[in-house]
Design a protein around this ligand. Structure first.
Ligand code: GCU
Length: 337
């Protein structure tokens, strides 16, 4: 009897010890985060900018030893870009990646970096953003309640339409073209002879489908990822603008974070940006390939026609950059070197 009793006690003790061991281990493994922060992203899960956001969150979590957890909300679930920027301004959202077009409505100087036909190509844009000009822009967010962290790539934007190909400037006449919620974008489309229709990104597919708009403009990956190509088959490689993007923090969130975490966050934002750029290069190619294989009609403009587009958009520089002529000159110089 005694033996059975002793065996029973021993079993209970072993079980208790192993439970204690396990609970000790699990507390050691899982640190309770000091900060759980939200991140807004309006693209799909597999999109380069979203993957960049996940990389950012992962690096921050690792480097703060689990003290800062960033929860990425993709697919625009936290609202369209304009709403997200407004939420950032009062800390309703802690981080976001947004396009410069809607952002320039809040920080107007940013329009300079997305002027039509400004850059000769991707290298030129990156030379500007990564050089002293880009740093100056990062430093001009005072009073906006927004903290810029790192630049993301979004390629060049091109027109696409539902009814037929845009082969010349004359073909733009009378078309209702969706634009981002940006005054510069509206004015540019008007200058090219079309009618701008500002609309949130998430509404464009149905806008094209119902005929509310005749076309839109975007980069290859967005055209493909949103499936706009299914309803607007005609894509014109005019590259009228390159619109950089930014990862941002809410100033009110930033002010709550200790310096040590801020440094880590800046560093990780930068690393995630390099990662995003690699993914971007690949995705531009695969997206182009996918839509071409799906039977979209891709039109290339000849040099003369490109020039006509460029000349038509030139007055935008007087309207939006008269205070920044020197910066525009510096940007253009960087493209010639
Ligand atoms: C790009 C950009 C988005 C933006 C969209 C738009 O796809 O990455 O952030 O919302 O353009 O045209 O609105």
């Amino acid at each position: 009897k005694n033996v059975i009793y002793l065996m029973g006690c021993a079993a209970v003790m072993i079980l208790a010890a192993s439970c204690a061991g396990r609970s000790k281990d699990s507390t050691a493994q899982k640190t309770v985060p000091e900060f759980v922060l939200t991140y807004a992203e309006n693209q799909a899960e597999d999109y380069p900018t979203t993957q960049g956001a996940y990389k950012f969150a992962e690096l921050v979590y690792e480097q703060t030893g689990g003290r800062v957890e960033i929860q990425v909300n993709a697919g625009g679930v936290l609202g369209d870009e304009k709403t997200v920027i407004e939420q950032l301004q009062f800390g309703g959202v802690d981080f976001a990646r947004v396009s410069l077009s809607p952002l320039a409505e809040f920080v107007p100087k940013l329009n300079v970096l997305q002027m039509p036909y400004l850059y000769t190509g991707r290298e030129h844009m990156w030379k500007v953003l990564e050089g002293p000009i880009g740093t100056d822009f990062m430093n001009s967010f005072g009073g906006s309640s927004l903290v810029p962290l790192s630049w993301y790539d979004a390629g060049a934007r091109n027109f696409y339409s539902t009814a037929g190909p845009i082969e010349s400037l004359d073909d733009m006449k009378g078309l209702k073209i969706r634009v981002q919620e940006s005054e510069l974008m509206m004015d540019t489309i008007q200058a090219l002879g079309a009618t701008p229709v500002p609309m949130a990104f998430g509404d464009v597919y149905s806008g094209l489908q119902t005929g509310e708009i005749d076309g839109a403009e975007n980069n290859w990956p967005s055209y493909e990822s949103t499936r706009h190509y299914e309803v607007a088959r005609y894509f014109t490689l005019d590259e009228h603008t390159r619109v950089p993007e930014l990862q941002l923090a809410a100033q009110s969130t930033w002010d709550k974070l200790p310096e040590e975490y801020r440094n880590i966050i800046r560093d990780c934002a930068q690393k995630s940006a390099l990662y995003e750029r690699e993914l971007w290069d690949e995705r531009e190619k695969t997206s182009e390939d996918r839509v071409r294989r799906a039977g979209c009609v891709v039109t290339e403009l000849d040099a003369g026609e490109k020039e006509r587009f460029q000349e038509a958009a030139a007055p935008m520089y007087e309207k939006y950059c008269s205070e920044y002529v020197d910066i525009i000159d510096d940007i253009m110089d960087a493209g010639r070197q």
